[in-house]
Design a protein around this ligand. Structure first.
Ligand SMILES: NC(=O)c1ccc[n+]([C@@H]2O[C@H](COP(=O)([O-])OP(=O)(O)OC[C@H]3O[C@@H](n4cnc5c(N)ncnc54)[C@H](OP(=O)(O)O)[C@@H]3O)[C@@H](O)[C@H]2O)c1
Length: 276
């Protein structure tokens, strides 16, 4: 940051950088043919919708799952339906050595990683006074460590390649305090990954873009539970939860060349929930 007009007027070698060599036709910009995308939490919910989006746009997808083995069958179906390469990997994203190895495995199997979607997450929605230390640590391990570990090891690949794209699934809970169910630890984990992602956008400015998606309530296993669902309808001007198909376009935009000038952004997609 410059402190005077004199300082700010000094040209820097290599700037401005050239515009990217990307298509001007917007539909061409959205094509993912030849790209390799890793998606965590891919067996179901938002993560599987992201996998569908990538495959439908011609991208190859490494589908990471934790316990839901349906990912294996879904990977095969996406490959045969869309003529792309897919593979399912069983990984606990909170296990550093497993993440390091799985990233090496994906590079070995696919040759590179263009986009890493750090989407896996979990919630134990309780007030802090009712939360055990074990429950606290579990949420931190999956939601915070899981994203940090993925970023650390995928970032090494991006730096080596000279190109990369990290997309983090955060939450509107990084922006607002949910009602009526108190869940301070979950909200805190999402605030961490949002600010972490913005920070990486600067750290990785020479070789990778980093953006954050902050969903409101979507109709998945982690969507609004019985205690919060009617408040979710009331709080969102659109009067409902999101359908997973409604998030596909945003992830495809961020993963593709259509968003080549976008880094460090945190995109809310919440039916207007955080407006009031
Ligand atoms: N739905 C919403 O309303 C909403 C709103 C805001 C943000 N989000 C965020 O969106 C992301 C996806 O959630 P979702 O709504 O699609 O719910 P979901 O279907 O329950 O997906 C969560 C995924 O996280 C994976 N996961 C959990 N623990 C893991 C671990 N230790 N290692 C690897 N993967 C693990 C699960 O894998 P397995 O099933 O294979 O175990 C599951 O696929 C989460 O980060 C969540 O916080 C959701």
């Amino acid at each position: 940051m410059s402190m005077s007009i004199f300082e700010s007027n000094q040209p820097r070698d290599g700037f401005p950088r050239p515009f990217p060599d990307t298509p001007s036709n917007v539909l061409e910009q959205f094509k993912m043919a030849g790209k390799v995308v890793v998606v965590t939490g891919s067996a179901d919910g938002l993560g599987y919708a992201v996998c569908e989006a990538m495959a439908e746009a011609g991208g190859n997808v490494a589908m990471w799952y934790n316990s839901n083995d349906v990912a294996v069958q879904k990977a095969e179906t996406l490959a045969s339906t869309h003529g792309v390469k897919t593979r399912a990997y069983k990984i606990d994203v909170s296990d550093g050595e497993a993440v390091r190895k799985a990233i090496a495995d994906v590079v070995h199997d696919f040759g590179k990683i263009d986009v890493f979607v750090a989407n896996a997450g979990m919630a134990i929605s309780k007030p802090i006074l009712d939360t055990t230390l074990e429950e606290y640590r579990k949420q931190m391990a999956v939601n915070v460590d899981g994203v940090v570990l993925a970023a650390k090891y995928a970032g090494e690949v991006f730096k080596r390649q000279g190109t990369g794209n990290l997309i983090i699934t955060s939450s509107m809970s990084a922006h607002i305090v949910n009602v009526p169910v108190d869940q301070p630890v979950y909200n805190g984990t999402k605030a961490f990954v949002t600010q972490f992602g913005k920070s990486l956008a600067r750290e990785w400015r020479e070789f990778a873009r980093v953006n954050i998606v902050s969903p409101g309530f979507f109709d998945t296993k982690m969507g609004a539970g019985p205690e919060s669902v009617h408040e979710a309808y009331r709080m969102a001007p659109l009067g409902r939860q999101g359908h997973v198909k409604e998030i596909k376009g945003l992830y495809l935009y961020l993963a593709s060349e259509a968003s080549s000038y976008m880094t460090g952004s945190d995109v809310l997609i919440d039916g207007g929930y955080v407006l009031p």
